[in-house]
Design a protein around this ligand. Structure first.
Ligand SMILES: NC(=O)C1=CN([C@@H]2O[C@H](COP(=O)(O)OP(=O)(O)OC[C@H]3O[C@@H](n4cnc5c(N)ncnc54)[C@H](OP(=O)(O)O)[C@@H]3O)[C@@H](O)[C@H]2O)C=CC1
Ligand SMILES: O=C1O[C@H](COP(=O)(O)O)[C@@H](O)[C@H](O)[C@H]1O
Length: 775
């Protein structure tokens, strides 16, 4: 069947079959399904009524063109890598040749001397029998890892001919380079070493561990004695490992410390992060420019977000040695601040431990500050000049973090574009919500940014996407066999996504009142979680594929209606303590007649094959009874019940905070003689399973992602516009009609009406589940 669009108002459907064909004209307004764009090469999926505007509007095979562009960009990155690689190779070979030459000269001299003196050659004097090349190979590695080797070797073996140093890295490299395909397995490398370095034949096999250790440092590959490596090691891979190893050593020595052995580091989790960051297996499309100078610019450096979140995050990343080694930090704001003053502002939030003082000093030495206005081009030119002073080499990258109120986004981004774009590398711009107030203002902002930067230069932060358990959703769903078959409308009764905070606006009422809880939390954090719970399996873990699937989910959600929402506003609890006594309207920064909701519950339906009819209940609130963010998948009742109504529904709970956990509530036979049943759980609590693992803060992960060029955990403009499409009519109605929220007491669970609505939407609460915390 071929669908051809031949005029705006109708679509021609041409049906061809073996015996002939027929055609008819159809009015697209009669279609009410989700459709794939019929034009050849286009993979756009949309609701039928959006199809014609798509074809006549933004269409012209944009995705295909985008794919080609992306492929070309990847190819360029690959070529850049290859070029760097070749340069380093030349460097290595140059060293080898020089060593060999020097050895030959020394040997010739020695031989000449011996001829002169007519000394008799000792049988077994290996040194004099070796060819120059063999002589190079008889040198013994002189790296730190060699200590065991050295302790057993004789002085002559360690320094056979002269003081040339041959390291394990060089030997490994040589082995790979001499192989026909420039590709070897670990076992083949050690065999090659044995064949070519007589020294090792005599040794115990401990040196093989050192070879493995050299290979496993830094690149994410683990080579154990028992498990074979996953694939042959190519020269590129080894090269990558070796360069990273070298970098780690340089950084460690720059810190004045001995080399950090990742296997022995007390902060194993940090080692893991470093490895994954620098791993050759990073998600496609990402790359860590570890050795290139970077400048991180915080615009709005004098503000609240900067001092409470951005500078602390930069310090933690720097402290943990996670940033590219040559990163420096610029602050920019209107206030005339010295670095000392900026530092004093940030100090209370930096959490510096006593033994980190020296490192902390080093961090501030890398900081610079420029004051200027946000709308004056000249001020940004000065900022640019200051940055250029630190970018003397051939390459450099720049990151701009807009820790600024929305009204200055436009002038600031224009000034960045006109004066501060990096000419020696990439420029990336990070922006914080709110991304507009509604569909229209958000589109205006998106259009403005798109006129200045490419989408892959824009990083829209939703910090919930940096949380461990939110990131884990993709792994749990698509890395396990057991969930997917039941992850659908046949098995799941409802999904509850919650965000609860036990405090009110805490003096931020001015900001909050303009936005309200729906814009503050639901339209972004909760909706992002919904997308990750509901999306189809992406074609790959490439950020574009994931973001594409998220957009598809949102396209299947209708705009929210007020009748599917419960709105609340907290009042003070006269029996409460401190802030709890104060209601929202008693916050001095909030207008006395404000109807802004501080609590909201909304029921959404995703109209696609997987989820049709399943309520997704999103609820969020301030000044509630506890701090909690979680996803609760409630399964349907067991069909054909043989236990007379006793089984309670299964629930899969993914607790985002506090205390990350995944647990499944299920029924079990009561232990013992009885054949009764009771509720219990399969429990993966992170604090007991991974109790020493340091969980990085969401901002830490996300800022690192920007360094890596990883957009998976950032919001795309398409997601944003779909999100606003869903919420804008409701928000406008609430504002237009001044819809009165239901009052709830500070410290309570929120309005009772919310429980009524969840229960009407197939979320069952039994009140019988008792959790026994394991000892
Ligand atoms: N690994 C771990 O750390 C585990 C911890 N636990 C803990 O055990 C406790 C109980 O577990 P939980 O899964 O919450 O099970 P519950 O059955 O107690 O609660 C289930 C859900 O019902 C809601 N709810 C509570 N009261 C009512 C009500 N009166 N009407 C309607 N809905 C209600 C809760 O939301 P809300 O109150 O937010 O509205 C929650 O979403 C929790 O504190 C949990 O953290 C359990 C298992 C494992
Ligand atoms: O984005 C926001 O999130 C915070 C809650 O973040 P969390 O990481 O502490 O859960 C919320 O307090 C704030 O109102 C909102 O703007």
């Amino acid at each position: 069947m071929v669908l051809r669009v031949w005029q705006e108002s109708s679509v021609r459907c041409v049906i061809t079959s073996k015996g002939g064909g027929s055609s008819m004209d159809m009015d697209p307004s009669n279609f009410h399904q989700t459709m794939l764009c019929p034009c050849e090469g286009c993979t756009y999926v949309c609701r039928s009524e959006h199809l014609v505007p798509h074809i006549f509007g933004a269409h012209p095979f944009s995705r295909e063109v985008e794919n080609i562009r992306r492929m070309q960009e990847r190819r360029i990155v690959a070529l850049q890598y290859q070029l760097k690689f070749e340069i380093h190779m030349m460097h290595y070979w140059h060293n080898f040749v020089q060593i060999a030459r020097e050895k030959e000269e020394t040997k010739n001299k020695e031989a000449a001397g011996r001829d002169d003196e007519q000394t008799s050659e000792q049988p077994g004097d290996k040194k004099t029998r070796d060819s120059p090349e063999q002589s190079v190979k008889s040198d013994v590695p002189e790296e730190k890892e060699d200590q065991e080797v050295k302790s057993e070797s004789t002085a002559e073996e360690r320094r056979p001919a002269h003081n040339n140093k041959v390291t394990y890295r060089k030997i490994i490299y040589q082995a790979i380079m001499e192989s026909p395909e420039k590709r070897l397995r670990v076992g083949e490398i050690t065999k090659w070493i044995e064949n070519n370095y007589s020294f090792f034949v005599k040794k115990k096999s401990s040196w093989k561990s050192t070879v493995r250790h050299n290979l496993s440092c830094g690149c994410g590959h683990q080579f154990s004695r028992v498990a074979p490596p996953p694939a042959s090691l190519s020269r590129d891979c080894i090269f990558f490992c070796l360069i990273l190893l070298q970098r780690r050593r340089e950084t460690a020595s720059a810190m004045g410390s001995k080399e950090v052995n990742p296997d022995l580091s007390p902060e194993d989790s940090l080692v893991l992060i470093r490895r994954s960051l620098k791993s050759a297996n990073m998600a496609p499309g990402t790359h860590f420019d570890g050795n290139i100078p970077h400048i991180f610019v915080t615009l709005g450096a004098s503000g609240d977000l900067a001092k409470k979140k951005i500078y602390p995050t930069l310090w933690w990343l720097f402290r943990d040695n996670l940033l590219p080694s040559n990163t420096i930090f610029f602050g920019y704001a209107r206030s005339k601040l010295s670095i000392e003053k900026l530092r004093a502002n940030c100090d209370p939030w930096m959490k510096v431990k006593p033994d980190e003082k020296q490192r902390y000093e080093e961090f501030w030495k890398l900081n610079y500050y420029v004051d200027g206005t946000y709308d004056t081009r000249r001020d940004f030119e000065i900022l640019n000049q200051e940055m250029e002073k630190h970018e003397k080499g051939p390459t450099a990258n720049r990151l701009f973090y807009l820790a600024l109120p929305p009204p200055v986004f436009n002038p600031v981004t224009v000034n960045i574009k006109n004066t501060c774009m990096c000419t020696k590398g990439w420029t990336r711009v990070i922006i914080e919500k709110p991304f507009g107030r509604d569909a229209e203002s958000s589109k205006a902002l998106s259009d403005h940014l798109a006129s200045l930067f490419k989408e892959d230069q824009i990083y829209r932060i939703d910090h919930y996407l940096g949380k461990e358990m939110v990131q884990n959703l993709i792994t749990l769903r698509f890395g396990n066999r057991i969930f997917n078959p039941t992850w659908n409308r046949d098995n799941i009764a409802s999904v509850l996504i919650s965000f609860k905070e036990p405090f009110g606006t805490q003096g931020r009422g001015g900001y909050f009142d303009e936005f309200g809880i729906i814009r503050d939390v639901m339209q972004n954090h909760l909706l992002q979680i919904l997308c990750l719970v509901a999306m189809e399996k992406p074609a790959s873990i490439h950020p574009d594929d994931i973001r594409y699937e998220k957009v598809k989910v949102l396209k299947c959600v209708d705009p929210l209606k007020l009748e599917n929402c419960v709105l609340g506003q907290y009042v003070g609890d006269p029996e409460g303590e401190g802030d709890a006594k104060l209601g929202y309207l008693e916050d001095k920064t909030v207008p006395k007649d404000s109807v802004t909701p501080t609590y909201a519950l909304s029921v959404m339906k995703i109209k696609n094959e997987r989820w049709d009819g399943v309520p997704f209940i999103l609820r969020c609130g301030k000044a509630l009874n506890e701090r909690k963010a979680e996803v609760r998948i409630q399964f349907k009742d067991v069909p054909g019940d043989i236990f007379h109504g006793k089984p309670k529904r299964n629930e899969l709970v993914m607790r985002v905070q506090p205390g990350e956990a995944v647990y499944v509530k299920l029924m079990t036979k009561s232990p013992g003689m009885s054949f009764d049943m009771e509720e219990t759980e399969l429990d993966l609590s992170y604090h007991s399973r991974y109790h020493d693992v340091k969980m990085p803060d969401a901002y830490e992960r996300l800022l690192l992602d920007v360094f890596c060029g990883m957009q998976m955990h950032f919001v795309s403009s398409d997601e944003l516009s779909e999100a606003w499409r869903i919420f804008t009519p409701l928000l406008h109605q609430i504002e237009r009609e001044k819809v009165r929220p239901i009052m709830y007491k500070y410290g309570s669970r929120g309005p009772k009406e919310a429980d009524v609505m969840s229960s009407a939407n197939d979320f069952k609460y039994y009140g019988s589940y008792k959790w026994v915390q394991p000892k």
